[in-house]
Design a protein around this ligand. Structure first.
Ligand code: UTP
Length: 409
């Protein structure tokens, strides 16, 4: 491990000496912990603070047609058959991305522990597992479920799910893995401290899932068990279908490297990322990158050409991802609320964003692949994201949608 002098010179190099401000006050154990954290932290990311505005830059954007509901209905039987066969043959794994901090929801617990019930307990994790169980029952086969957590929520997530006996899922088919962390910094690129002996860190974004899976040995298990496709999904959409046989079948049939569940936008300026081609490769343009021209562009049927928003439910062909391990994903700088200690070492939990976190995003993985199938789903049946407490994409809006779909809360 690094000694004090080595840690100091590493910090000097990145202009972060304030990290050692309280070093002399720390116990031996705390000193050791801090030195280790300094050794492990990648301060290189901080240089992006200064170049924040240069990062964007998109290539040439063109439409990428989605497979629409009518085509899906016409082929449903065929797709479901292919999908079911793949599930029964153990070729499908599900990957729950639950490493995020869910700061907008404002609960200290992992987001999946949030109880959206009104007259009974309905936890987010429970909803997701029950959705997956629908397919498990139909296929009469357990689907391996991989749950990505982070240092911040791993223990709480594992004990919660154990306490609730995995809401009926077979624990032998559940594997947890942790994603990596990145330092969080103020607007001047100085890392925050969350305690006298600890640099503020946050999970490194949902795009870290595959390399984290590899780093902790879980990928080896995936390969050895014969899983060929990984259905990656977010923790916050309580209506989504996971390991959906029709979606799986359509993807296998189309022989694409990845597919993405998409919903028709409800307005041209809706705040969702839309599928497109960028320099001939599948990609996603974020709503804030969508120019007037792209917003008004029409396809050959006269419909908006960039009309299908992603909902963070993707099916990746595992072998195509292996090649990505050697490639760097672009880094995104995201403004967030970051807890820190002030000059008097009091812990402050800000109400408003106060700095930057550094994230890799799953959508950048798509752009590295050769082909992608956008697959339309009925919005009100499969998309009820919980990002906020109230308003758009909130506990309230998700409850409404659940009720609309016949759930008792
Ligand atoms: P969000 O983009 O909503 O981020 O995550 P978040 O950090 O959870 O929430 P806010 O912005 O602080 O309110 C979309 C999905 O990606 C996962 C989340 O758990 C969620 O399922 N995610 C996000 C990770 O697994 N790791 C990350 O580092 C970030």
């Amino acid at each position: 491990m690094m000694n004090f002098e080595e840690a100091k010179s590493k910090l000097e190099k990145y202009d972060q000496l304030h990290v050692l401000k309280y070093y002399d006050e720390l116990t031996d154990g705390e000193k050791e912990g801090l030195l280790q954290q300094i050794e492990e932290t990648d301060f290189e990311v901080l240089k992006f603070c200064a170049k924040k505005d240069e990062l964007a830059g998109k290539g040439k954007i063109e439409p990428l047609a989605a497979m629409q509901l009518d085509t899906i209905e016409q082929n449903r039987e065929k797709f479901e058959k292919i999908g079911m066969e793949a599930i029964k043959a153990g070729k499908i794994g599900a990957v729950l991305l639950a490493g995020g901090m869910g700061t907008r929801l404002g609960s200290d617990d992992p987001k999946g522990m949030y109880n959206i019930g009104l007259t009974k307990d309905v936890y987010i994790f429970q909803r997701l597992i029950e959705n997956l169980m629908d397919v498990v029952k139909r296929a009469d086969a357990w689907i391996p479920l991989f749950i990505m957590t982070s240092d911040k929520n791993n223990d709480a997530t594992i004990s919660f799910l154990n306490e609730h006996e995995f809401f009926g899922y077979n624990a032998d088919y559940v594997t947890f893995f942790k994603q990596e962390m990145a330092p969080a910094a103020d607007y001047n690129g100085k890392v925050y401290m969350e305690a006298k002996n600890k640099i503020s860190t946050s999970p490194n974004g949902n795009g870290g899932w595959f390399s984290s899976m590899n780093n902790c040995g879980v990928l080896k298990q995936v390969r050895e068990s014969g899983i060929e496709w990984l259905n990656v999904f977010s923790v916050d959409n309580v209506l989504q279908r996971i390991a959906d046989p029709c979606f799986i079948g359509a993807t296998i049939d189309a022989d694409c490297a990845v597919s993405s569940k998409v919903v028709r936008k409800n307005a041209p300026d809706e705040k969702v990322g839309v599928m497109c081609l960028e320099d001939g490769k599948p990609s996603i343009v974020e709503y804030y990158e969508l120019t007037e021209e792209l917003m008004n562009a029409k396809d050959e049927k006269g419909e908006p050409a960039y009309n299908y928003g992603v909902i963070l439910n993707y099916l990746f062909r595992e072998k195509d991802l292996e090649e990505l391990l050697a490639k760097e994903l672009p880094l995104h700088i995201v403004e967030k609320k970051i807890a820190y200690i002030d000059e008097n070492a009091n812990l402050i939990k800000p109400e408003e964003p106060n700095g930057y976190k550094f994230e890799n995003l799953v959508l950048d993985m798509i752009h590295k692949l050769d082909s992608c199938l956008p697959f339309e789903v009925v919005r009100n049946k499969e998309f009820a994201p919980i990002k906020n407490k109230t308003g758009v994409d909130s506990v309230e809006s998700a409850r409404e949608l659940l009720k609309e779909n016949g759930f008792t809360l």
